[in-house]
Design a protein around this ligand. Structure first.
Ligand SMILES: *Cc1c(COP(=O)(O)O)cnc(C)c1O
Length: 362
């Protein structure tokens, strides 16, 4: 294979910038398991303040902080409600069931979003035959739902509904800052109806790893116990938390560049013969597009692109997802579109057909 020229698999692929590495080198550190790492404490205080909540706890990954959130609000035998494409239900190794004894009741919404007409009637009655519905999980921006952000009123409406129904609310905000920058609403307003919020630093914010769970003091106290149980309580984690402090100060507003690059990619790929795309659906840094089955399948195109040094993953039999981030610029995204055009023109029939489900990578 050629060297990788453009990596649009995910926004997780970014490498720490020199300034970020410098922040790591100079970070003040301590024992975070005992809440004595000044850099982690500073990060937790910053995010608590930004979101207008009471407390926060640093975590290793978004999967971990999501599961900490799930476990704050549920116990074995309980049920959570989630849109059927949600990350918590699909891409976390079955963790609600495996780690928490919790079942996911998945609900078909629109573009990964739920509204009252999807949710009404989904809270189970108190009855010995039934599990107890305890939690509503939402995702903003939606990943498999197409990178959409929630209209603010809709987010508030479903949270009010959940609370009135006696449920807690958890937001998988892996890309919360993308939602804030694209919608123009503050993270505080977006999260005002949410009990616990998980945010990834390793996506658009460009950190090598790390996530955080934010919420009320009691939930975060519980979450610390769960973090310990899951093997995620770290010691001198400040060396990594320093990248998150740096990213919050320097990498939030620039997400608008990623969104503009995603739009440029989308408009250019729309012009390629055999490609279908809903341009109105492109709101943030994720671009989903479909190829005509006559050309081949999504895994074949992904493999053909890979051979040209362009990485874009398959997300369905004929659907691919391209993602913009800190390490891909305007030239890069346009080069990727040229690659798609060239691959389709050359034919992709020699590449193996898809043997895997969604999220298969060439
Ligand atoms: C990336 C992501 C996560 C976290 O996944 P990790 O594999 O733990 O990094 C959670 N939710 C969504 C929507 C994501 O895209």
């Amino acid at each position: 294979m050629t060297d990788c020229l453009v990596n649009m698999y995910s926004d997780t692929v970014t490498k720490p910038t020199p300034a970020m590495l410098q922040a790591m080198v100079t970070a003040e550190v301590g024992d975070d398991m005992n809440a004595q790492d000044p850099t982690v404490n500073r990060l937790e205080a910053m995010v608590t303040e930004l979101l207008g909540k009471e407390a926060a706890v640093y975590a290793c990954s978004g999967t971990q902080s999501n599961q900490m959130g799930v476990r704050c609000h549920t116990g074995p035998g309980d049920e959570l409600l989630i849109e059927e494409r949600g990350h918590i239900a699909n891409f976390e190794g079955g963790a609600p069931a495996q780690l928490g004894g919790v079942s996911c009741r998945t609900i078909r919404g629109e573009n990964g979003l739920l509204d009252l007409h999807h949710l009404e009637g989904r809270v189970r009655a108190h009855n010995q035959h039934l599990c107890e519905t305890k939690l509503l999980c939402v995702e903003n921006t939606t990943n498999a739902g197409g990178g959409r952000f929630w209209p603010l009123e809709q987010m508030h409406r479903v949270c009010d509904w959940a609370h009135a129904a006696g449920l807690k609310t958890h937001l998988d905000g892996a890309r919360l800052f993308n939602a804030a920058v694209a919608s123009g609403h503050s993270v505080k307003d977006i999260c005002s109806g949410i009990d616990t919020v998980s945010i990834c630093f390793s996506k658009g914010l460009g950190c090598p790893l790390g996530s955080i769970l934010v919420g009320d003091a009691e939930s975060i106290f519980k979450a610390r116990r769960v973090r310990k149980l899951m093997g995620g309580a770290m010691r001198q984690a400040g060396v990594v938390a320093a990248t998150a402090v740096y990213a919050l100060e320097n990498h939030v507003e620039r997400l608008a560049d990623d969104h503009a690059n995603a739009r440029a990619f989308a408009s250019a790929v729309a012009e390629v013969d055999g490609v279908t795309i809903d341009l109105d659906a492109v709101q943030t840094n994720l671009v989903f597009f479909e190829i005509d089955p006559k050309i081949g399948d999504a895994c074949q195109l992904s493999a053909a692109l890979k051979a040209r040094g362009i990485l874009i993953g398959a997300m369905g039999p004929h659907v691919l997802r391209a993602c913009t981030h800190l390490d891909v610029d305007r030239d890069g995204v346009l080069q990727a579109v040229q690659g798609i055009r060239d691959c389709i023109a050359a034919g992709i029939g020699q590449f193996p057909e898809s043997k895997f489900g969604p999220f298969a990578r060439a």
